[in-house]
Design a protein around this ligand. Structure first.
Ligand code: PAF
Length: 284
């Protein structure tokens, strides 16, 4: 696996592949890789001749009181895992390469409406940071396809919309969430949980499943949302939201029978803010 820290080097390698008629798939990450990330790399291998991954802990998507400083940085282990997973090139830009004009007075990508609800409401500016860094990475890497986990369903929809609105020539591929046996979605932030909290955390997935089953049985959206919130609060979570939304727009739905929906939740447990979701009749 080649490691590029410089943009020119990255561009030259990808240009050579394109010149040789090869298709390039891209997996952007913030590092601290787990089996969920490696599944994205595996998918990228399936759909392309060459795989590029990036590791960049993006300061622009963290709020002032969030965990940017504490976010686990494990570059050496990550690189070893990427080699094993068959990644061809690892791009490791620094902040100066990503944001030559700094992170304040720079060009931003704003994806309206969908960025301001749910996680966007409790994390103002988060999706602006995500859309901006992903757009910049797409321009740098020039991939034909990019693979994202469905675990951050809202992020995936923000990126799909940005790609549509800006006519970016990148196929966006969503991959179902990887879970532990308990149902807990794999996440770098699970490290913030102690052993007891980790057991409790599985309740998040169980609550989503109960709501998805209720929807399939024709139960009311409002009743299921309330039941989900109460269940998580009883299990010790501080609930941010537990909601059933249109799978593409993330707008509220009156009933789930007419459209593809997704059950989404965000809740705090100890030091961790956990998010998860379960699509019902929806493709990512
Ligand atoms: O999902 C992530 O890890 C990040 O939000 C992403 C897409 C790499 C952008 O920084």
């Amino acid at each position: 696996m080649h490691v590029s820290r410089q943009l020119e080097d990255l561009r030259q390698r990808v240009a050579d592949w394109h010149l040789a008629g090869e298709r390039v798939a891209f997996v952007p990450t913030m590092g601290n890789l787990h089996a969920g990330h490696l599944a994205l790399v595996e998918k990228a291998r399936e759909v392309a001749d060459r795989v590029v991954a990036s590791i960049f802990v993006n300061p622009m998507q963290f709020g002032p009181n969030e965990d940017f400083g504490a976010y686990p940085r494990t570059e050496d282990q990550d690189a070893q895992q990427l080699v094993k997973a068959g990644c061809d090139l690892l791009f490791l830009p620094d902040v100066e390469t990503m944001y030559p004009g700094g992170t304040e007075a720079t060009t931003f990508i704003e994806v309206p409406e969908i960025s301001d609800i749910l996680c966007g409401q409790s994390r103002p500016g988060h999706f602006r940071g995500v859309a901006t860094v992903v757009a910049r990475l797409f321009h740098m890497v020039q991939p034909d396809a990019a693979v994202f986990g469905e675990k951050d369903w809202q992020q995936l929809q923000v990126i799909r919309r940005m790609v549509r609105d800006l006519a970016l020539p990148v196929e966006i591929i969503g991959l179902p969430t990887k879970r532990e046996d308990s149902g807990l979605a794999l996440s770098s932030r699970n490290q913030y949980l102690d052993a007891a909290e980790r057991e409790q955390a599985a309740e998040l997935y169980q609550a989503l499943r109960a709501a998805a089953q209720g929807l399939q049985a024709g139960e009311s959206v409002a009743v299921l949302e309330k039941a989900g919130r109460e269940r998580l609060a009883r299990a010790g979570f501080e609930v941010d939201y537990f909601t059933i939304r249109n799978a593409d727009t993330l707008q509220e739905v009156a009933a789930a029978d007419a459209e593809a929906v997704v059950v989404l939740a965000a809740a705090r447990l100890g030091k961790a803010r956990l998010i998860d979701n379960l699509p019902v009749n929806a493709a990512s």
